[in-house]
Design a protein around this ligand. Structure first.
Ligand SMILES: Cc1ncc(COP(=O)(O)O)c(C=O)c1O
Length: 362
């Protein structure tokens, strides 16, 4: 791809490695530049890297009214060799195209998406925070820009990538499990809908449930299927639980569950971590019974931002609650977290193709 570079003058961009004096928050900082590409007349064109800043968008743009937008979330890490490596970015690119299909958005070849991310990281590589546990959080997204109030598939789009230099997700160590509200009142996705797409609208629709969860002191909800029978997701993470003996169970992917790259990765490397992993439909009643009987010893959420978020307490809408593993981080969750982050940071050998070095281009 022939990317046009319209960079900030050297005097206005970072020229020294980024050495934050405080632990960086997750997701709020930005680097100097962003990547943009346009879709019009049936093709993706005009790839460019420009200073990070506001963009022009018509007030009648489809995305602002009907939410035709999708996104991804990935990470890059710095290894001991001082090089930056993206982690399983091909999986994000593939999922972006799956979301594109579901939202009627034109696809972008995976290699083009990856090149866009690598080129942007290359330009802003000095922004990698020199801090233990840090990463670059990568946010590629596509949105509909056609200025039309008729409800139909947009004829024009923008694909953009922005980067957030981020501190460790667990600045105080991997210590405190979260609390989830088991809700039968709110549902994240319906069969035949957009639950298996990373569609912006799914997240807007989840805000209400998040606010409701907070009333119970919970950080998120545990979503069930529309019949309130099966466990689906843990807020914006896949759910997992671990059986005595170390078998990790993740709900089977359906069209109401986002196919998590973290889940898929853990399933792939379970043997190496020293656990077993499988996917099946998980009945809520069996899950609760399993916790009570001691058959289920750990549970939590899986996703790029946190990797693993152990849950220590599930609260019901009637105010009753149940603890898992005495509300402490369990040994299997910790083992998975350590192994997974070990791979990401280059301390443990990665399966072939999981890490891709960001080459110098400019
Ligand atoms: C609804 C939902 N489920 C699961 C996940 C976890 O997916 P991944 O592991 O690919 O980050 C995410 C985050 O991307 C999500 O938004």
């Amino acid at each position: 791809m022939d990317i046009k570079y319209d960079l900030k003058p050297k005097s206005q961009r970072r020229t020294e490695p980024f050495k934050p004096d405080k632990t960086l928050p997750f997701g709020s900082l930005r680097t100097d530049h962003m990547f943009i590409m346009d879709y019009a007349d049936g093709e993706w064109k005009n790839p460019r890297i420009v200073p990070y800043g506001t963009i022009d968008i018509a007030p009648g743009a489809t995305v602002l009214h009907y939410g035709q937008a999708i996104f991804e979330g990935a990470k890059a890490f710095k290894h001991e060799d001082k090089e930056i490596y993206t982690f399983r970015l091909d999986m994000n690119a593939k999922r972006m195209n799956k979301s594109a299909e579901i939202l009627c958005i034109p696809k972008i070849p995976e290699d083009i998406q990856m090149e866009a991310v690598h080129a942007l990281i290359d330009v802003d590589r000095l922004w990698f925070p020199e801090q233990e546990g840090a990463s670059l959080y990568i946010r590629p997204f596509i949105f509909a820009t056609q200025d039309s109030l008729g409800l139909h598939v947009s004829a024009t789009y923008k694909f953009m990538v922005i980067i957030s230099p981020s501190g460790p997700y667990y600045p105080k160590g991997f210590t405190k499990p979260i609390k989830l509200l088991i809700t039968k009142k709110f549902h994240r996705a319906a069969p035949g809908g957009t639950g298996n797409a990373k569609a912006a609208g799914n997240y807007a629709a989840s805000l209400q449930a998040g606010e409701f969860a907070a009333k119970f002191g919970a950080s998120q909800v545990l979503y069930l299927d529309v019949t309130n029978t099966y466990i689906e997701e843990a807020g914006t993470m896949n759910h997992y639980h671990i059986l005595r003996g170390g078998t990790v169970i993740i709900p089977e992917f359906t069209d109401t569950i986002l196919k998590s790259i973290t889940s898929q990765s853990i399933i792939e490397i379970a043997g190496k971590i020293g656990v077993k992993a499988k996917q099946e439909r998980v009945r809520l009643d069996n899950f609760i019974e399993g916790i009570k009987s001691g058959e289920i010893i750990e549970a939590g959420g899986l996703g790029t931002a946190a990797v693993i978020s152990p849950v220590g307490e599930y609260v019901f809408e009637d105010g009753n609650s149940i603890n898992v593993n005495n509300n402490e981080v369990g040994k299997y969750s910790k083992k998975i977290y350590d192994y997974y982050t070990g791979i990401q940071t280059g301390k443990i050998e990665a399966p072939k193709g999981w890490l891709q070095k960001v080459e110098k281009r400019v």
